[in-house]
Design a binder for this molecule. Structure first.
Ligand SMILES: *[C@@H]1O[C@H](CO)[C@@H](O)[C@H](O)[C@H]1NC(C)=O
Ligand SMILES: *[C@@H]1O[C@H](CO)[C@@H](O)[C@H](O)[C@H]1NC(C)=O
Ligand SMILES: *[C@@H]1O[C@H](CO)[C@@H](O)[C@H](O)[C@H]1NC(C)=O
Length: 262
């Protein structure tokens, strides 16, 4: 993993069938310990076959959403080559890659190309990760064989309200369409970041964020079209899309009392 980042919610309330590789018995030389209680653990075991993502009985994530109903997660997820571990992985973990193609249309959202993983236990309302002070960890890496087209705006990791009308926060890349920023702002969000396997450091002060409306975290890609004001439904997307974003070390820890894994 080349990049490691995490978001901390520092607020009082309501913030927020491929071949299975042989096990590698070397330890992760860069491993750092998770210090706080885990709320959700999305770190993928190295022996996990991709078909595990298709069934609620075997997936760490929701097998049905958010994706095209014509595609299974086993057609969307890849296990990339290259760097095996991110900072909080142990030797039994591996990264995953979420890909999009021309078929990545959710319901009738013809403007977007999207696929987003949701933790299996992250209920749309009443999720333990939607209240208190929580820290979301993830590492990201680019796939040179499936580059994003940065002329477009992408959501990579976000938290969507339970009524699906907005996102409380987005981790994004590409060319951001005009940011309206209309959500009320009275709680806080802080970003910690490190390159490679270095310890995480706070790179922003705590800034206003409001997780009212609860909802769910998503990990993947939502690619917006260009040339439209109605990004959900229309706009331009080129054909023959083959893009991916690699994630590792996904988990949410309980940061009550200021606990945080760096
Ligand atoms: C944020 O604002 C809303 C609406 O004014 C209020 O109900 C809520 O208690 C506030 N939350 C915090 C953490 O101050
Ligand atoms: C990137 O997106 C723009 C806008 O949709 C498009 O014109 C261009 O052809 C795309 N580039 C590649 C390499 O796909
Ligand atoms: C990071 O935290 C340290 C220690 O609390 C503080 O001195 C520093 O100002 C913070 N950096 C930012 C960017 O907020």
């Amino acid at each position: 993993m080349h990049t490691s980042a995490l978001f901390g919610f520092l607020a009082a309330a309501a913030t927020a069938v491929l071949a299975v590789p042989q096990p590698d018995h070397r330890p992760n030389p860069h491993k750092a310990a998770v210090k706080c209680p885990l709320i959700f653990d999305g770190r993928i075991k190295s022996r996990t076959p991709v078909t595990d993502f298709d069934s609620a009985s075997t997936s760490l994530f929701n097998p049905d959403n958010v994706k095209s109903s014509n595609l299974k997660w086993s057609q969307i997820i890849k296990f990339p080559e290259g760097e095996k571990w991110s900072r909080f992985d142990n030797r039994r973990h591996k990264p995953l890659e979420v890909t999009i193609s021309d078929e990545s249309v959710f319901k009738t959202q013809y403007g977007f190309r999207r696929a987003g993983l949701i933790f299996a236990g992250d209920t749309n309302t009443g999720s333990p990760a939607s209240k208190g002070v929580k820290t979301l960890h993830f590492s990201v890496r680019q796939d040179s064989k499936r580059p994003l087209n940065l002329t477009h705006e992408y959501l990579n990791i976000w938290h969507e309200t339970s009524d699906w009308s907005a996102n409380q926060f987005n981790f994004q890349t590409g060319t951001i369409n005009g940011q309206e920023g209309k959500l009320p702002k009275n709680t806080t969000l802080q970003v910690y970041y490190s390159k490679g396997n270095e310890p995480l450091r706070n790179v922003t002060k705590a800034v206003s964020n409001n997780n009212a409306g609860e909802g769910q975290y998503q990990f993947g890609i939502l690619k917006k079209p260009t040339g439209t004001d109605d990004v959900v439904n229309k706009g331009y997307q080129e054909s023959w899309i083959d893009e991916g974003q690699i994630y590792g070390g996904i988990f949410i820890e309980d940061s009550a009392g200021g606990s945080i894994s760096l």
